[in-house]
Design a protein. Sequence first.
Length: 430
Amino acid sequence: MAEPQPPRGDQDGDSAPTGAGVVTVIRRLAGFAIFPLLALVVPFLLMPVIGHVVGDAGWSSAMSGQVIGTIASVVIQWGWNVDGTVQIATTTSDAERAAIYARSVRTRLLLTVIVVPLAVALAGFVVAPAFWLDASAMTIAYAMMGLSPAWYCIGVGRPALLGIYDTLPRFVATAVAAPAVYYAGALWPFPVLMLVTTAATMTAFQRRFAAGQQWFPTHLRQTFHDLREQRHTAGINLAGQVYAQTPTPIATRTLSPLESGTLASADVLYRLGLFSVVALGNAFQGWTLEPHIANRRQRHLAAMGAHLILGVAGIVVIVVAGPPVSALISGSAAVATTSLCLYYGCAFAFLSAATPLIRNLLIPAGRQPLVLRVTLIAAVLGITVMVAAGLASWTDGIAIGMALSELAMLLLLLPPAIKVLNQEGGQRGT
């Protein structure tokens, strides 16, 4: 039986965030930052070993496998990491939360069976033939992350659950995989350990929070109906991740190994930095969406201001620390250039600023179709620029395409988000 949840947030009716409310968000921010920060350490354990095993020639292919696996995990997540967190955050019944989670497992297991073989086949097409098995191993390992219950933990605002059932098991699995990969001289121990870890954590989470619920997709018609209900949010996830994850595969396919490796190193840095956006977004989402609060508009403004500050800080950190840190991560000569770090830093800032608009305002307001249309526009823009730059052997142009896509998202979503925000002022306490 699911554990009873603590009271959800401060409900004192103040017109501005209270001391208790500030303490709540700081506590959540600390928790949601610590565990993603721990996840940030994981690449430092594994990626230098991968660089040693596959060498400079295989580095880009291995990272392409990681990217393709990440895209596959987004497809497997479907819309649960967006709609699911909103449903959990706005639900107060343990039984309802258990039913929501079990429904998510049924849909994601079905998608896993379909998506993982397709992702492995795509990796075989993109990467160098000599490194197909290595890339496939990375693809499978990262695809399995789509089965994580992290979104549920974010929705209930309990970062400790995120650590117990997501971050800590993955950290331990990676820590064990690093020496295993080194001594085996191959990447297969990593996906094997990830598969075992995923199965164990899913089983433990199911028994604690959704005991007695059906989690195998035995009724396919109902499962496909559940998938259809989240088609807009899933489209947002997929379109956003496709253009966000494609720089490295595009570079691998169109540039020289050294040039593509350089961009892959910058891309890895960018994704490592995204943990801070995720942590901040996770801390604020449940806080801004809690039911029965009177200061919702002020909470939204606080979240937006915090994400703006983080974006500006991200540009500085990526540009200054990017080149030396990339040398440490890649373990090769494929060091990210300052210009690549600048363009990726801009992409980071634009993405950070857009995050609260999507997660806290537009999605909860039911504007998924709008967000999907804007995401597709940005994806087409970004991928077009990236492919053209790759064909022209313009490495920086691929990173510029990434930044332009994030900027387009921000500019197109800002006006409708402000409209929703203004409506919050007239709906106090809802």
